[in-house]
Design a protein around this ligand. Structure first.
Ligand code: ADP
Length: 372
């Protein structure tokens, strides 16, 4: 396939990161007749089972990353914390079409929210916090409850705590060894997300999912989100406008809180997103495939939802149940197991997509099979 931007034939997709996202990118690259090579520090990374070649190396190993780039025609990342000092020179030399910008903008929560605001999205009110004095000042301005988060490296609810009353401030101290952000607590009606892919000409977006988190980790994603269609449409339009305004290309996932008519930006990630896994079976094309099409310079396909869908994440504690469900071979119940060698509670081990199923049907017929 010929990429019109670089005018080079794309045969091999390079992926920085070999987790489940890398695995599913590689699967979709294969579906489009492309090869893949993946870099990850873990010798047993899930994506290595599917990629045509792999490199075991740390994400800050500049030489190994350069080798990945040399052996690829277009490179993407599924790991969000590749240091800019390494990625920027690689972006100048090799074909990494998404570039470093969207990663840079998302790697620090303060920068991320400031950028979202500057490009037209509503965010919870926030303030930078570096020590106890600035925490107290921020609490005075924003009030309680509020959420204190580390500015960098947080994921799945790690590196944050909710402050409900003055007494909680003592608990917050352990986070303050690194730069933090304090955010107004949004008593949202629901959480939702949108995945978009842009190629500089068009932006395509996947149907909005309603997300249910447990202990800070995504548990279920329900599509279509059962909410006012005008509000969901506004979320999609604002997301597309934001992506264009920022000039981002490639894939972007945006998570929102919805309260009444207000749509608050929470965070974004320039990579495929857990809440978009439902698209593999629930849509006419999926988030991984459109990312690969973008990387290969092919025209994007506009996705349509094929049926109501529920995606259930499988953490370590639900792995046995998922294996049993897979063996039962239910039509339209698609079990994805990532092949991780070690299962732990709270570790993402797979997901199940229930196609043609509403949330009510899931609750009635399936939810008892999983740990509550
Ligand atoms: P992570 O990057 O670890 O996923 P998030 O910022 O998305 O962190 O927070 C994880 C979850 O915590 C969110 O999905 C939401 O349920 C809750 N949360 C985070 N920030 C707020 C907030 N400002 N108000 C209310 N709930 C929040």
């Amino acid at each position: 396939m010929n990429n019109p931007i670089t005018n080079r034939t794309v045969k091999t997709i390079g992926i920085i990161g070999g987790g489940q996202l890398g695995l599913m990118i590689a699967e979709q690259a294969h579906c489009l007749g492309l090869q893949s090579i993946c870099l990850d520090p873990a010798a047993d990374a899930p994506a290595f089972a599917v990629c045509d070649a792999h490199i075991v190396a740390r994400f800050d190993d500049a030489q190994a990353l350069a080798e990945l780039c040399r052996r690829s025609d277009a490179v993407t990342y599924e790991f969000e914390n590749v240091p800019g000092g390494i990625l920027v020179p690689l972006c100048e030399k090799y074909n990494i079409p998404q570039g470093y910008r969207p990663l840079y903008d998302s790697q620090d929560r303060l920068r991320e929210k400031t950028n979202a605001r500057e490009h037209g999205l509503l965010t919870p009110r926030f303030a930078a916090v570096n020590d106890e004095a600035s925490l107290l000042a921020a609490v005075r301005t924003l009030g309680l409850p509020a959420v204190l988060k580390t500015r960098t490296l947080g994921y799945d609810g790690h590196g944050q705590c909710v402050l409900r009353e003055e007494a909680d401030l003592a608990r917050a101290r352990e986070l303050l060894s690194v730069p933090c952000i304090l955010e107004e607590f949004v008593p949202f009606d629901f959480e939702a997300s949108v995945v978009l892919v842009a190629d500089g000409r068009q932006v395509v977006s996947f149907p909005v999912g309603r997300n249910i988190h447990r202990d800070g980790i995504l548990d279920r994603c329900i599509v279509p989100a059962d909410a006012d269609p005008t509000l969901l449409d506004r979320m999609r339009i604002e997301s597309e406008r934001f992506m264009r305004a920022c000039g981002y290309r490639g894939i972007l996932a945006i998570e929102y809180f919805v309260k009444g008519n207000d749509i608050y930006f929470n965070e974004m990630a320039p990579r495929p997103h857990n809440s978009g896994h439902y698209t593999i079976e629930g849509c006419t094309t999926n988030q991984f495939r459109e990312l690969v099409r973008y990387l290969a310079g092919e025209p994007l396909h506009r996705p349509e939802l094929t049926a109501p869908t529920v995606m259930k994440n499988i953490l370590g504690e639900d792995l046995e149940a998922a294996v049993r469900i897979a063996a039962e071979r239910h039509p339209n119940v698609c079990v994805h197991l990532y092949g991780k060698s070690e299962s732990r509670p709270k570790r993402k081990m797979g997901h199940i997509t229930f196609v043609g199923m509403t949330e009510e049907e899931f609750e009635r017929n399936w939810s008892d099979r999983f740990v509550k």
